[in-house]
Design a protein around this ligand. Structure first.
Ligand code: ARG
Length: 362
């Protein structure tokens, strides 16, 4: 009963906001609210119309305080996968997501929305953090691959998966339906687009043998719209270069490449005050942006992304909506003070609809 009251309390403001933005009348809002009230009363929950699902997902992106790419929220392609009930069908829908999002490098923002949870129970669950991610293995010579994936890689191995053991083995999808045992699905090679990292002026970069996947597809968050929870709702945009060049490759706890980049650049690493880390970081990021660009894969640099975010702020102001944001995430991890975001204040209030992290699932 309490859950149902809570759902109705979230459904009403959602319908009001969503329908107003879609240009519907007060009469249409009233009719729909009455219908939802009835449904929750008699069936314990309500179902979104396709229109509500589509616009609700876009609003969730618009409300994502940590995302610098929100200017493009209206362009999100929403796939309604609420009818999917088997692991095979879920894997197929995810393969289609990867294909449509990748689009030969002209990346399109896509979300695929699987069935909502019922009485707190999920129908389809995706255990991966991202649809495409590299495995991480603990070896006697340290970690091979992406250390962020060590626990998940072990979970895959426990289910019989065996990776090749390179630094860039794409993990399988791990899908669970209801209470059944999780199952693994290898992503067809042809669907996985990757970029080899080369530097426009420093050929020695090739010796680092770095590569990264084209599309970041976040799978470990649930989507909440109007009091309805969608536990499996993977979404993607395109990369901002620093995500790869200043974090995935640079963090000591990830690929830790700055010492090696410094070495191929011949930098003096004996003293911090030479700023060798900063020099290496800049060239590594130049290489990432150059390589994606040259290999026809969409990517945005952090200066352009900040300018786009500025346009988003202007647009929202014109629509009389407050822009909320998480400053600690919005500032880029390199040269943050060169962007306007650094010099501004953001309120980190959480508006709904929105995306939230699942608690760890493996
Ligand atoms: N930072 C994550 C990564 O490096 C991706 C998060 C989503 N990023 C995005 N541009 N939509 O893989």
């Amino acid at each position: 009963m309490k859950v149902q009251v809570q759902q109705l309390e979230k459904a009403i403001p959602f319908i009001q906001e969503c329908y107003t933005e879609l240009g519907k009348s007060q009469a249409q809002i009233d009719t729909r609210v009455a219908e939802i009230t009835q449904a929750i009363h008699y069936k314990g929950t309500y179902e979104h119309t396709v229109e509500e699902l589509v616009h609700g997902a876009k609003m969730a992106w618009r409300n994502s305080n940590r995302c610098i790419g929100r200017l493009f929220w209206e362009s999100l392609r929403v796939h309604d996968a609420r009818h999917i009930e088997t692991e095979e069908a879920a894997a197929d829908a995810l393969f289609r997501h990867i294909e449509e999002a990748t689009n030969g490098g002209k990346i399109r923002p896509v979300i695929t929305i699987f069935p909502p949870s019922r009485a707190g129970k999920s129908v389809v669950q995706i255990k991966n953090e991202q649809l495409i991610r590299y495995a991480g293995y603990e070896t006697e010579h340290g970690i091979v691959g992406d250390s962020v994936s060590v626990a998940f890689t072990k979970a895959c191995q426990a289910l019989g998966w065996q990776g090749a053991g390179t630094h860039f083995d794409v993990l399988p999808l791990m899908l669970q339906v209801g209470e059944r045992a999780p199952r693994l699905f290898e992503i067809p090679r042809a669907l996985i687009m990757e970029v080899a990292i080369r530097h426009p002026e420093l050929p020695a970069f090739a010796e680092l043998n770095l590569q990264w996947y084209a599309v970041p597809m976040v799978a470990n968050m649930y989507l909440e719209i109007g009091g309805v929870m969608y536990p499996a709702a993977p979404f993607n945009g395109w990369y901002m270069g620093t995500e790869i060049g200043a974090r995935n490759f640079a963090d000591e706890a990830r690929y830790d490449m700055l010492p090696r980049v410094a070495s191929i650049m011949g930098l003096d690493t004996r003293r911090e005050s030479t700023l060798w880390r900063d020099k290496a970081l800049v060239e590594l990021n130049v290489a990432v942006l150059h390589s994606y660009g040259q290999q026809g894969v969409a990517i945005v640099d952090h200066h352009t992304a900040a300018k786009q975010f500025n346009r988003f702020e202007d647009k929202e102001e014109k629509s009389e909506r407050d822009v909320t944001g998480d400053w600690t995430w919005l500032i880029p991890p390199m040269s943050p003070a060169t962007t306007h975001i650094f010099h501004q204040h953001y309120t980190n209030e959480v508006k709904l609809p929105n995306f939230f992290y699942h608690s760890r699932k493996y």
